[in-house]
Design a protein around this ligand. Structure first.
Ligand SMILES: [Zn+2]
Length: 283
């Protein structure tokens, strides 16, 4: 099977000094969008990849301790930007979202989960097991706002990494192994542990033959894998496995050389944001 359509949305942004992601750049703050992808699968229907910021996130980060998060990364968001409201403008009701593929548990990816109470959440057990051991404050230091996770989350999750791993075809190399998310060859998840434990990306195979890799936060910007730019050491605080993080940047670099036809889309990159602004729809 092949995915029929992928559309990208921006659901708020935050600001950081550019130096954090590229040590050669100044401390001047730049914008990092929280992008979300809507996929249309021929039999599974609409699927979201991550959920961006939400009103719940903004409310929660007004008071201590979550206000720390808002101070470190000021968030710019209005309610019209929630993925729920943007989908409504497209004529898609929240109940039509059957699955949410959750790349990892950082607040800017999980905040909108509550708006889709009937969606199954597909994620990595490795990621969930890692965050569930932490109390609220410790989780916050890892970028997770555990109070914002839906209460019934444990009943709604299916773990992609509980399936047997399969060998990927050569166009995806140097990613050699992954998980066939629905068992139909439309989406392949690859473990991108580094930025967060159990963070993963998905290769999307579209009807037209076009292929994408939604790599979530494996890199903050495309420049990182294009030019092999490694983040400033301040960013080490935001990276759970530094060796794996570097290795992923190198792998993405090789992938971009081996298979230049695959569009690699990091969640927080300005280039991904430009695709949103252009109204890009992959078919
Ligand atoms: Zn993250």
């Amino acid at each position: 099977m092949r995915i029929e359509m992928v559309k990208l949305f921006e659901c708020g942004y935050c600001t950081h000094p550019e130096k954090i992601v590229n040590p050669k750049r100044p401390f001047k703050k730049i914008k990092f969008p929280a992008t979300v992808a809507l996929l249309k699968h021929p039999t599974k229907g609409y699927i979201l990849f991550d959920t961006g910021y939400s009103k719940g996130f903004l409310d929660a980060t007004r008071s201590f301790p979550y206000s720390i998060y808002a101070k470190l990364t000021p968030v710019f968001y209005s309610e019209t930007q929630s993925i729920k409201n943007q989908l409504k403008n497209e004529g898609i009701h929240p109940s039509e979202i059957r699955y949410i593929i959750l790349s990892h548990f950082h607040g800017d990816h999980t905040a909108g989960l509550d708006d889709f109470p009937s969606a199954k959440i597909l994620t990595f057990k490795k990621a969930y097991d890692h965050i569930k051991q932490f109390n609220k404050i410790k989780a916050l230091t890892k970028g997770c706002l555990v109070d914002l996770l839906p209460e019934d989350l444990p009943n709604r999750m299916n773990f992609i990494d509980e399936q047997p791993e399969i060998l990927l075809s050569s166009e995806f190399h140097p990613f050699h192994e992954g998980f066939d998310v629905f068992g139909d060859g439309s989406l392949f998840a690859v473990d991108l542990t580094g930025h967060a434990i159990g963070q993963f990306g998905i290769f999307i195979l579209l009807k037209s033959g076009k292929q994408l890799l939604l790599c979530a936060d494996a890199v903050w910007t495309s420049q990182a894998y294009e030019e092999l730019v490694f983040p400033h050491k301040i960013a080490n605080l935001l990276i759970e496995d530094r060796a794996a993080y570097r290795e992923n940047i190198e792998k993405l670099h090789q992938l971009s050389k081996n298979s230049p036809g695959i569009d690699i889309l990091p969640t927080h990159c300005q280039k991904t944001w430009n695709l949103v602004k252009e109204g890009c729809i992959y078919e």
